[in-house]
Design a protein around this ligand. Structure first.
Ligand SMILES: Nc1nc2c(c(=O)[nH]1)N[C@H]1C(S)=C(S)[C@@H](COP(=O)(O)OP(=O)(O)OC[C@H]3O[C@@H](n4cnc5c(=O)[nH]c(N)nc54)[C@H](O)[C@@H]3O)O[C@H]1N2
Ligand SMILES: Nc1nc2c(c(=O)[nH]1)N[C@H]1C(S)=C(S)[C@@H](COP(=O)(O)OP(=O)(O)OC[C@H]3O[C@@H](n4cnc5c(=O)[nH]c(N)nc54)[C@H](O)[C@@H]3O)O[C@H]1N2
Ligand SMILES: [Mo]
Length: 924
């Protein structure tokens, strides 16, 4: 027990202990006496205290019976022995008068303003007993035209009370600075940047303004605050690995709106355009609604039983003729833990092969593998909330404001508050614009630049000697390697300024807490795993590991890619990362699964494709992964799919891959299922069904389980909770997880039997005992070496905020109104050489294939580099990307392709607009 005396303050005469989160009188009072004890108007717990409206006024005396003073409780700190009075006639009159003045700006009669009495302002007014307008404002906003230009929000400034919450949310939460307050006094009103229509402004559609607005002056197109819904269901977002908590509004059995729930840890009351608005795909007319079998080149609707029977016969034939290793499965990082677990179990226990993989292979497999080699655990060492405890951020090959927008916005906020930022990225991303040190390296040269940073830290004597001595091994060899580096050569191949790298290295080593984040710009390279291990070196030699605000933190991509690998959807490791080549491990799984565990090593995704072409793999079952559009070298993937005897695709849409299937099975979206997802910080969170599966569809776990039963395996009827219990029995770091214990906010693994979870890994020792320092030399990518003469530009590919991977989902939402094609970014020098102007159509080609794309000429990319995204099937950018792979894990080298660009036509010559083209595709 701490001997420290507990500090108290008094609320209406009673003592209460002051806690660490009680940063204001308002927070202190609310935490003990509930939300309604003190009314508020301009306050939002997710925003910095503002103290403008003073509705939250309380009286405070510094000692018992001392003189009192009226203060705004939201921005007055609570102090020891304060005597706080929350209510008396004087305070009530003050509050009432303020709200009456505010109402001057606002229609009183709710019938005329489309908003019922649920809006926050009306609730506060009702609570204060106000029922009528006392003051009349001659210059009311009345008659301001509604702004309906935005795809997802509308602005009705007649309802605005100028509380400034939207402006503050845009600035403080999203960091976008789109909304401002213009004019003074009664003339003041909310406008967008350059006074544009809302829909034309630079708004990123995060919805933070609509979420905070107390009156529906800015609201979602669906008026979630005012229309009565039947129920609200809390769940977890199914886009990226941030894992935002969402609250769905359900009316007449349909999800009609999504907002953030009150209590959130991961997303702190925030979401992005996809999580909040891009859910319209879920009941889109294009959803698959029946099992399909392809006969004579055409899909025919069949019953579930016929589909299962057809698959069973085909699988048994393949197994009898060629053995179980002629069958493979690719699981979905979009599906739940429970679904991934049963699928790998089906492949291993019911079919009998280790040929099971998932999209982690082409995404962060180098992270998992590299961190297993150096630390022992291949997952993020720290928690997202550590962003608040870091002093410096090192972001390597990640574009978090696009790809992990809620985390990106948090980092951005901290940097705007003065924390230091180093970015290693060839592209001037949004976050790179804020960097103190933006190291614009050539794609494929991370190992060179990281070696430079390690060198400058060692030479500058900036090592954390204690950490190196007590917690690592391999330092002597590491030092030898550093001493042999040719820094000038490394700087020249990477195309970077030595001095800048030196300064960045010193900043990283000398900040109190340096927190590293990385993405695909690290992993999707030939030297991906090596880069990850050098990042681990950087953290270890500077002691930036094992406490708050530091660590090595991959920004994992898919909502449940961490979980898919945890559940064993990898050929070399089963559920819980046990190596399946080990005889003891095989016995362990054999006992757990009640079926002999396969002993032969499984194939990784690219090996599955090669084996299909060689007729060694004949049957493939894919759940929720559109490999034809998203794996590299699409022509090769298509050839592999066409070589199979049986392709089963379990999907929600007729994806490019599903089109090639023999059998299509209609799964359900996350809104129609129960289970759990594991986010990028190892947090296992509940997914709760908000709507019933569309008629004709089944949750993916149900489909897999029914198939297991059909194959004769004794798997009980699918129940997500019961599968989770089985996972907890097999996977040691899930030991203490139950659905109940996960509660609202989830738990971060490892979770002990008693339910305690883990926010920070490696605090006292690494899973390997000591951390392993590793050394590697930079090597030019084979793709460049072999092809750069003929194809002199380097293509690097990535994503936009509005669309998600194959975009089967986001293209079926209004996000398509905002972005409707992949654009090729070309540096002005390269553009001039090719006579390319903005808007021209260019041919982008490599030895593998070609696509045509609209051009944007910009110095966001360096000379010699071109950049695009891979979201649109009418472009199929992966026709161009190559077969390069990470040496260790076979992760695809999407970030380096040798290409050439050639002008096809001027902008005016295109006959069909991308959106028309898109519409055509959707229609077909
Ligand atoms: N809006 C949106 N969000 C998404 C997705 C989406 O499609 N859309 N996809 C999700 C998925 S699956 C994933 S994995 C994540 C990916 O998210 P990120 O990891 O951020 O991935 P990318 O944006 O593809 O690439 C990151 C950066 O790497 C840079 N880069 C390229 N080559 C190099 C290099 O050699 N060195 C360095 N240091 N940087 C380099 C690129 O310029 C790019 O800015 O996003 C997830 N979130
Ligand atoms: N050029 C280039 N290509 C890339 C990348 C790159 O940076 N550059 N990045 C790569 C990366 S990191 C990744 S992770 C991959 C992602 O590639 P994919 O995994 O192919 O991409 P998604 O669009 O996430 O595809 C998931 C599929 O699952 C379906 N789906 C969604 N939810 C469910 C569900 O609940 N059940 C079922 N059955 N299906 C569902 C969707 O309709 C979609 O077709 O793309 C890779 N491709
Ligand atoms: Mo990914």
């Amino acid at each position: 027990m701490s001997a420290e005396k507990r500090k108290v303050a008094y609320i209406d005469g009673k003592p209460y202990e002051i806690g660490p989160n009680h940063t204001s009188i308002l927070k202190f009072v609310k935490s003990y006496l509930g939300e309604k004890k003190v009314p508020t108007l301009c306050d939002d717990p997710n925003l910095a205290p503002y103290g403008a409206c003073r509705v939250c006024s309380v009286e405070v005396a510094l000692e018992k019976d001392g003189p009192t003073k009226v203060v705004a409780s939201c921005h007055t700190p609570v102090g020891e022995n304060q005597h706080i009075f929350t209510s008396n006639d004087g305070l009530q009159n003050l509050r009432k008068n303020i709200v009456e003045l505010v109402l001057t700006d606002h229609p009183m009669n709710c019938d005329t303003c489309e908003v019922d009495k649920n809006c926050e302002l009306q609730t506060v007014a009702n609570d204060l007993g106000i029922s009528d307008h006392r003051y009349n404002n001659p210059k009311q906003h009345k008659g301001t035209p509604k702004d309906t230009s935005h795809s997802y929000m509308r602005m009705n400034l007649d309802n605005c009370i100028n509380c400034g919450r939207c402006v503050r949310a845009c600035d403080e939460i999203q960091g976008s600075f789109v909304l401002t307050m213009s004019g003074r006094g009664f003339e003041s009103r909310i406008t967008t940047d350059n006074d544009m229509l809302f829909g034309d402004s630079s708004c990123v559609s995060c919805g933070a303004c609509a979420h905070t607005c107390p009156t529906d002056a800015i609201s979602d197109v669906f008026q979630s605050k005012s229309v009565k819904v039947d129920k609200k269901v809390r769940t977890t977002c199914s886009y990226c690995g941030v894992g935002c908590n969402l609250e769905t509004s359900v009316k007449d059995g349909k999800v009609v709106a999504i907002d953030t729930p009150k209590e959130t840890e991961v997303n702190a009351g925030h979401t992005c355009i996809k999580g909040r608005y891009a859910f319209g795909f879920y009941d889109h007319p294009d959803r698959l609604r029946s099992p399909l079998i392809k006969r004579n080149g055409k899909f025919e609707e069949v019953s579930w039983d016929d589909a299962y029977e057809y698959i069973k016969q085909k699988l048994e034939k393949i197994k009898n003729e060629s053995g179980p290793d002629a069958i493979a499965g690719i699981s979905s990082a979009r599906c739940t833990n429970e679904e991934n677990y049963v699928f790998q179990k089906m492949i291993r226990a019911a079919i009998g092969t280790n040929n099971i993989d998932c999209c982690a292979r082409i995404c962060h497999s180098p992270t998992a593998w590299g961190m297993q080699q150096t630390f022992g655990t291949g997952a993020a060492t720290n928690s997202t909330e550590d962003i608040y405890h870091a002093d410096l951020f090192l972001i390597i090959g990640a574009n978090p404001t696009n790809a992990h927008p809620v985390t990106g916005a948090k980092i951005k906020q901290q940097v705007m508050k003065g924390k230091k930022l180093i970015v290693l990225d060839p592209i001037t991303t949004d976050i790179a614009k804020l960097a103190d040190y933006h190291i614009r390296l050539r794609p494929g040269t991370n190992v060179a630049v990281l070696n430079m940073m390690l060198y400058y830290i060692v030479k500058g004597n900036l090592l954390n000697k204690d950490f190196v001595e007590n917690r690592t091994e391999g330092f002597d060899e590491f030092l030898n390697h550093i001493n042999g580096l040719d820094i000038d050569h490394l700087a020249s191949v990477a195309g970077v300024d030595k001095q800048l790298v030196k300064e960045a290295a010193i900043a990283y080593a000398t900040a109190k807490n340096s927190m590293e984040f990385h993405g695909l710009g690290v992993t999707e390279h030939e030297q991906g795993s090596k880069t990850v291990m050098l990042i681990a070196d950087l953290a270890m030699i500077t002691g930036n590991i094992g406490r708050r605000g530091v660590g090595v933190n991959p920004l994992r991509g898919q909502n449940n890619v961490q979980g898919a690998a945890d559940m064993g959807c990898q050929p070399h490791q089963g559920a819980g990362y046990f190596p399946v080549a080990d005889k003891k491990i095989q016995d362990f799984y054999t006992e757990k699964y009640g079926a002999v565990h396969p002993t032969k090593a499984g194939l990784k995704i690219p090996e599955i494709f090669d084996a299909a072409i060689n007729k060694e793999v004949k049957g493939l079952w894919i759940i929720g992964e559109d490999i034809v559009q998203t794996d590299p070298n699409s022509a090769h993937v298509i050839k592999a799919m066409e070589s199979l005897d049986l392709l089963v695709v379990q999907e929600i849409f007729m994806s490019e891959t599903a089109k090639l299937a023999d059998v299509v099975l209609p799964g359900t979206t996350f809104l129609e299922k129960d289970g759990t997802f594991t986010n990028t910080e190892r947090r296992v969170q509940r997914v709760n069904k908000a709507a019933e599966p569309l008629p004709g569809t089944k949750p993916d776990g149900v489909i897999v389980t029914e198939m297991m039963q059909k194959l004769g395996y004794d798997q009980p009827t699918y129940d997500a909770d019961q599968v989770l219990a089985e996972v907890a029995d097999v996977v040691p770091f899930f030991k203490g997880i139950t659905r109940e214990r996960l509660g609202k906010l989830g738990l971060q693994w490892p979770v002990k039997e008693d339910g305690t979870d883990t926010k920070i890994l490696h605090e006292k020792e690494f899973k390997l005992g000591k951390g392993r320092l590793k050394s590697f030399d930079w090597k030019e990518s084979t793709e460049i070496k072999n092809n750069i003469k003929e194809y002199p530009l380097i293509l690097t590919t990535s994503r936009v905020l509005q669309h998600y991977n194959a975009a089967t989902m986001t293209r079926r939402t209004k996000n398509l109104n905002i972005v409707d094609e992949d654009i090729l970014l070309v540096n002005p020098i390269d553009a001039k050489e090719r006579e390319l102007n903005n808007g021209d159509i260019a041919r982008l080609y490599s030895g593998r294939g070609e696509v045509s794309l609209k051009v944007e000429v910009t110095d966001k990319v360096k000379e010699g580099i071109v950049f695009t995204t891979f979201h649109f099937p009418e472009h199929m950018v992966n026709m161009v990307t190559g077969d390069g792979k990470d040496e260790e894990t076979k992760c695809a080298e999407y970030k380096v392709s040798a290409v050439q660009v050639q002008k096809i036509s001027n902008k005016f010559k295109t006959e069909i607009s991308p959106s028309e083209k898109q519409a055509e595709i959707v229609r077909n």
